[in-house]
Ligand binder design. Sequence first.
Ligand code: MG
Ligand code: MG
Length: 268
Amino acid sequence: MAKDLYYKTEEEIELMRDSSLLVGKVHAEMAKLVEPGVTTKQLDEVAEAFIRDHGAVPSFKGYRGFPYALCVSRNSEVVHGMPSNKPLEEGDIVSIDCGVFKNGFHGDSAYTFAVGKISNDVKQLMKVTYEALYLGIEQAAAGNRVGDISNAIQQHAENHGYGVVRELVGHGVGKKLHEAPEVPNFGKRGRGPKLGEGLVIAIEPMINMGTKNVRQASDGWTIHTADSQPSAHYEHTVVIRKGKAEILSTFEYIEKVLKEKNNDKVLA
Ligand code: MG
Ligand code: MG
């Protein structure tokens, strides 16, 4: 096992589960609010208050000077979008990335939400990115290598003609938000660091409808697709186990809210 990788004890994994589940709860609050007309700054304010009310600190706020609790990336924004006063519009997609620091450990998870009704091709991009995340997680078993995760994600995205972002990658997570190893969303099977039990990583495919190329906005943070086509992003914090990874974060709270919202609409 590589020396620079930090393997967590079961006690530490429980603390990381607690942080990661809190991120899932923050996302569920976001799921309730994501609608046409809401501003992403409003989302950020609610998220920060919720995080602090739960005895945690937003991991991103102050990280290398980032001023917000959430990264909120709309449409052609890939990641690291800044919350703003511009209201969400029907047909947008919005990727919300959230990290919390609690009891000495970070949890990190991202989810792409649809704002109202979205086009079928964007729906497909979201679905494939979501599937790519879980295909990556399937490869995150002890004894496999990082490249097995990377390859599974890349293959699935490229089979659908999508672009896989190269410049931004998943990562180890723990006492620091970003630890070794890097977990790229592209790569070759059997390559890269070997995954050992207790290693905790954030797997986070960022998949573009068009070109894989990205550019950074003048705000110094926001990453855009180079061709202005949409991009989706889903992320889980997982712990490497024998046989299969255990997912420490969750989308269950989010999806419960989304289901209820959609049922409401059917009844209305
Ligand atoms: Mg994240
Ligand atoms: Mg991350």
